[in-house]
Design a protein around this ligand. Structure first.
Ligand SMILES: [Zn+2]
Ligand SMILES: [Zn+2]
Length: 261
């Protein structure tokens, strides 16, 4: 058992100390724990600040604290340090410049917002994805982001709450899944979405992912150390996936995409 989707309090909507996450993971019998907190972003407008992500000035402390724990617990668990981030075309280069000196192990992509967050016309994919154009934009932006080659996996690929024409949904998600398969990039079955009754995981999506033969990982998306101890939810998600004939890949099968140094 491993988990590459773990947050910390620095994103303003998680609880628990860094150490509590590590100890919970060890207690749960995990061999690998990856931290991927919501990364800082940089916007060209000074009056906008996103409250669900880390402030830039906390990034060094994040990496320092986790490196200490990595060393301290090296006999018990392998700790990886990364970020979860959206792909915002207009600010992506700035973001990549910012993270370079942090020497992170990996990035996962979680496209919560379509557009650029601060721009007029941006919207939250898990709530406002109500129109055909929106779901197409989501898939376009995800594919463009994946093509940067820096992401190790795609978190909650099925975050969109679109409930319109189902054939159109299937066509768009087929496009996304085929692209992920071509890149050999795993898709995450999100345990937090499962336990908190969100609109994802979406059964229609996972049927498509299964048919196309996408690689799958389970991600706790832990915002609380206790989430890592929820072996019941983990087992239920495994059962759900088995309904689609999907078995999550082992950690050794994940290709960790190197970041520019
Ligand atoms: Zn979060
Ligand atoms: Zn997350």
């Amino acid at each position: 058992m491993y988990n590459l989707h773990t947050h910390t309090t620095r994103c303003n909507h998680a609880v628990g100390t860094d150490r509590e996450y590590v100890e919970a993971a060890i207690h749960a019998g995990m061999t690998v724990l990856g931290f991927s907190d919501h990364c800082p972003q940089f916007f060209p407008v000074s009056d906008y600040y996103s409250h669900f992500r880390m402030r830039p000035e906390l990034a060094e402390d994040y990496v320092y604290s986790l490196r200490q724990l990595k060393k301290e617990y090296e006999k018990d668990i392998k700790i990886l340090i990364g970020f979860e981030t959206e792909y915002y075309p207009k600010t992506f280069r700035r973001f990549m410049r910012f993270i370079k000196p942090l020497e992170l192990d990996y990035l996962i992509m979680g496209q919560h917002i379509v557009g650029n967050e601060y721009d007029f016309g941006s919207y939250y994919a898990g709530r406002d994805c109500l129109h055909r154009e929106y779901i197409k934009e989501y898939v376009d932006q995800v594919i463009e982001g994946l093509n940067t080659g820096v992401f190790t996996y795609l978190a909650h690929p099925d975050i969109v709450n679109y409930e319109g024409d189902i054939e159109y949904y299937k066509a768009q998600m087929t496009r996304l899944c085929k692209h992920a398969r071509k890149m050999k990039l795993p898709l995450e079955y999100n345990i937090l979405g499962y336990t908190s009754g969100k609109c994802y995981p979406n059964p229609i999506f996972w049927r498509i992912a299964s048919e196309i033969g996408c690689k799958t990982v389970l991600g706790f998306d832990a915002h609380n150390p206790l989430a890592l101890l929820n072996s019941h939810a983990y087992a239920e998600c495994l059962d759900e996936l088995s309904l689609y004939g999907i078995e999550p890949i082992r950690f050794s099968e994940i290709k960790i995409r190197a970041l520019p140094r």
